[in-house]
Design a protein around this ligand. Structure first.
Ligand SMILES: [Ca+2]
Ligand SMILES: [Ca+2]
Length: 411
């Protein structure tokens, strides 16, 4: 904005200096009164009175800056009170008011008002509005930065906690498994011993014989394990305790180990996020002060006549027909892609759904300063390449301390 103010300043400070009509101040030295004039391209020299005589003498049109005689001439509007500008000299006296100071219609009868002051007032207003937005946006940005700082610290801490508790859980599971195995060892041996006793050393039995023996084994085993005090199966550690078995269906309650392991893993996954999620979030480039962190895991939509566009920053962009139909991926998060010195003004989303016989869809998101976080427009400037405009306080820069009103007061 700064250069723009300078321009305005330059234009406003220009004081009317005597010079042929349509000549900008910068070129005045070439038009010395009552001295022969050399066309600015050096092609020929003509008497001074052939300047603005409504006949084109110079190929570059420089002898007719104030008339429409040369097809390639330029007329300079001084536009005192506003911004000086050039118009094609064919617009001179064409009946249409082009310069805000009305100087282009000096001989056409067109009634042009000098609107330069009014234009300046309007421009000043809109510049002040922009400056206010920038100011408020910049304040919001400071809050975003604070929040991001706290958020990221929290996530770092949580990541540490999750990693630690995961380690603890693994250690616990390992310890429990060892304890369980140790506790089961005598039981296992006892079972084998009983089995041998009951089978009486018989290695091979037929099915009928086995079933008879089996019912005995079961009765005996169950009654022993229920009454025998020292039976090690019943250790008081609850993680190791067998789930209460109804004795009629399960001959050997020995299928439990994998189930218990599953339970341990479930507990681990029940955490809100696992360490992978935290690591992923922390690894993103959320800007120099993490001011863009608040956009993470959010989505912003814009509905146009036909489509609903959806921008999920640092994730993906998509397009869905408004009246039903499947969603098209317009690109997944790629990188910051602004120009040097302003890298965080453009986001690039790449590798979306492929176009028929064309490239993969991609989206460029242009960010501008705004108090609100909104997708303001979408377009497809070239095939399968989408452009999205997005406002956010995170882009707002501290406004330069140039008071627009001060400049104006000095006029
Ligand atoms: Ca001439
Ligand atoms: Ca005109």
């Amino acid at each position: 904005m700064f250069w723009y103010l300078l321009l305005l300043w330059g234009g406003i400070s220009a004081v009317e200096v005597q010079r042929p009509r349509g000549v900008p101040l910068s070129k005045r030295p070439f038009y010395e009164e009552n001295k022969p004039f050399t066309c600015l391209d050096g092609s020929r020299t003509i008497p001074f009175d052939r300047i603005n005589d409504d006949y084109c003498d110079c190929q570059d049109g420089s002898d007719e800056p104030g008339t429409a005689a040369c097809p390639n001439g330029n007329f300079h509007c001084t536009n005192a009170g506003f911004r000086p500008t050039f118009i094609p000299s064919s617009h001179v006296n064409d009946g249409i008011c082009d310069c805000c100071d009305a100087t282009d219609e000096y001989n056409s009868g067109a009634e042009c008002q000098n609107t330069c002051r009014e234009l300046w007032r309007k421009e000043k207003e809109s510049m002040q509005k922009l400056a206010e937005i920038a100011k408020e946006g910049f304040l919001l940005k400071q809050q975003l930065i604070q929040e991001a700082k706290r958020g990221l610290e929290e996530k770092q801490t949580k990541l540490g906690e999750v990693q630690n508790s995961k380690k603890d859980l693994e250690t616990n599971v390992e310890a429990l498994r060892t304890a369980k195995e140790a506790a089961e060892q005598p039981e296992k041996e006892a079972k084998e011993r009983h089995l041998k006793e009951l089978l009486g050393g018989v290695d091979k039995v037929n099915t009928a014989a086995f079933e008879t023996i089996w019912s005995k084994i079961r009765e005996k085993y169950v009654s022993e394990s229920n009454t025998d005090g020292p039976a090690p199966v019943e250790t008081p550690q609850e993680e190791v305790r067998e789930p209460v078995s109804d004795n009629d269906s399960e001959p050997y309650p020995d299928d439990d180990i994998p189930e218990e392991e599953d339970e341990d893993e479930d507990e681990d996954e029940d955490e809100d996020m696992d360490d992978g999620d935290y690591k992923k979030e922390i690894s993103f480039d959320f800007g120099p002060s993490s001011e863009f962190a608040y956009l993470y895991s959010q989505c912003y939509e814009l509905t146009t006549g036909e489509y609903v566009y959806r921008l999920c920053p640092f994730n993906r962009v998509s397009q869905k027909p408004k009246y039903g139909g499947s969603e098209t991926n317009l690109g997944t998060w790629g990188k910051w892609a602004g120009p040097e010195g302003n890298v965080y003004s453009v986001m690039k989303y790449e590798q979306g759904t492929g176009c028929w016989q064309g490239p993969n869809r991609s989206t460029t998101v242009k960010l501008t300063c705004g108090k609100e976080t909104v997708v303001t427009s979408t377009s497809e400037p070239s095939r399968c390449e989408y452009l999205m405009e997005f406002t956010s306080p995170a882009v707002c820069q501290e406004a330069p301390d140039l008071e627009v009103s001060d400049i104006h007061e000095e006029l």
